[in-house]
Design a protein around this ligand. Sequence first.
Ligand code: HEM
Length: 275
Amino acid sequence: MNTSVSKTGFEGYLKGIVERSEKLSYYPRTRGWGFVLTWAHRVAGLILILYMFFHIYTLSGLYHPARFASKMKFLHNFFFSFLEWALAVPVIFHALNGTRLILYEVFGVRDDNLMIRQVFFLSAIYVLTLGVFILMGNQQVSAALFWVMLTIAGAMAATILYKKLWHTENSVLWKLQRISGAFLLPMITGHMFFMHLNYKTGHDVETIIARMSSTGIKLIDFALVLSVFFHAGFGLYTIASDYVGDKRFRGGLAVLIVLVLLVFAYAGAKLVFSI
Ligand code: HEM
């Protein structure tokens, strides 16, 4: 895959900064930009998994609404709002770079330089727009309409990929990894946007409980839990397999990954159906 990026305009300026620093340019020089992007994708995926654990832990506070409300009050300051916004960086980078990989592997879109530029360009637009929405904090949208539209988009993306991919010789888990990625693309990026349209939507205990009590939202949240945990679990296993040669140790690690993720997936599903 040719991932050498030409030096023009703003992009060339950014690349120049990296190349001027001996430390920053070490991996692009010695291993190439493809290697750097692969690692950035991995690191972003791992950050998302850590956040997902933290997210389920925080949401479990909904069993005690008063405690949840005081937790939200504690987190309602510039520092945590900034971290919430900063989370958009790994979210959108992983989502769009994952989409680039799917377009490359499955649809044969080989113009990699253009695709990489688009990943960075669209990611910047997403992160900045989200920042503007967080600062305004006064947008309203119907939760039912928003989630029906996103779920249709996710289901369509997953179905198109399923039709294109299912008959190929890749392993079933590999195919499901890509298909779940296609489903998650609108769901996760939309989820983040939705929660920041105004402060109450994502942080007010009564608003959250009222929304989560709807059967439609429960089904959508459950689909999200299943696909995120499968996708994350197989992702973790793929990373582990790259470093663990011993077959038995790898098997043990797979069991450990499945167990840990099952515990969190169970906590997430229980939350969805008992609120
Ligand atoms: C939002 C839409 C998403 C898309 C389009 C997407 C796409 C992908 C793709 C195509 C891969 C395979 C990369 C490869 O094998 O080279 C992948 C790997 C991975 N994903 Fe996602 N993903 C998404 C969301 C998530 C989420 C929400 C998480 C975690 C909660 C996550 C965690 C991971 C991990 C840990 C890997 C393994 C990284 C690796 O093998 O290098 N992804 N993703």
